[in-house]
Design a protein around this ligand. Structure first.
Ligand code: FMN
Length: 186
């Protein structure tokens, strides 16, 4: 084993005290569970609990991720904003299928949300631009607020024994349904 590998193995992993995710406690709506976990991350003092990795896909199928901030969650979906001409903006224009991955270290929780990105109105986008700390009074026509409209969630709650609990929520014709993920969790 290399010296780096042994040092990496020694690093602390999940906290000793972890919340428990029980199937019997699951809400029908994944939004409810997501908001519950987000609120817990905020209340726990996590730094940038609203930051996540957003995955897009290049034309050749290569997945690309980068960190973004979730701006709001409402009936439109999970809001984020960026420049339309950015690489991710161009990738979304070509393929709106995207994922978000949140990781809250303090509670050993990960959530992946997958769906389609839709562009929100110019009015919403410019209000978002004007609310940025660096705003200098000039609108930015390249700025775009989007909403991820989810059709799939995976919630993972880490467990000390590494048999992490994972739950998929899928949107079907009758609404959301959930089931445990049976493939290996790590
Ligand atoms: C904590 C954090 C939050 C960020 N939030 C945003 C964001 O909300 N919107 C954005 O366009 N870029 C944000 N960035 C920068 C992106 O990660 C990325 O570097 C940039 O948008 C260019 O990405 P692209 O070349 O894939 O388009 C953030 C970076 C970090 C580290």
């Amino acid at each position: 084993m290399s010296e780096l590998e042994s040092r990496l193995r020694e690093l602390p992993a999940f906290p000793a005290e972890l919340p428990v995710l029980l199937e019997s406690d699951l809400p029908d709506s994944p939004h409810e569970l997501f908001l519950d976990w987000l609120e817990a991350a905020i209340a726990g003092g996590a730094r940038q609990p609203h930051a996540m990795t957003m995955l897009t896909t290049r034309a050749d199928g290569t997945p690309v991720g980068r960190t973004l901030i979730v701006k709001d969650i409402d009936a439109d979906g999970y809001h984020f904003s960026t420049h339309r001409s950015s690489r991710k903006g161009q990738e979304i224009a070509a393929n709106p299928r995207i994922s978000f991955v949140f990781f809250w270290r303090e509670t050993g929780r990960q959530v992946r949300i997958t769906g389609n990105a839709v562009a929100l109105s110019e009015e919403i986008s410019q209000a978002d631009w004007a609310g940025r700390p660096s705003y200098a009074g000039v609108p930015n026509e390249d700025w775009q607020r989007y909403a991820l409209v989810p059709d799939e969630f995976e919630f993972m709650q880490a467990r000390e024994d590494r048999q992490h609990t994972r739950i998929d929520y899928l949107l079907g014709e009758d609404g959301w349904s959930h089931s445990p993920v049976e493939t290996p969790a790590g």
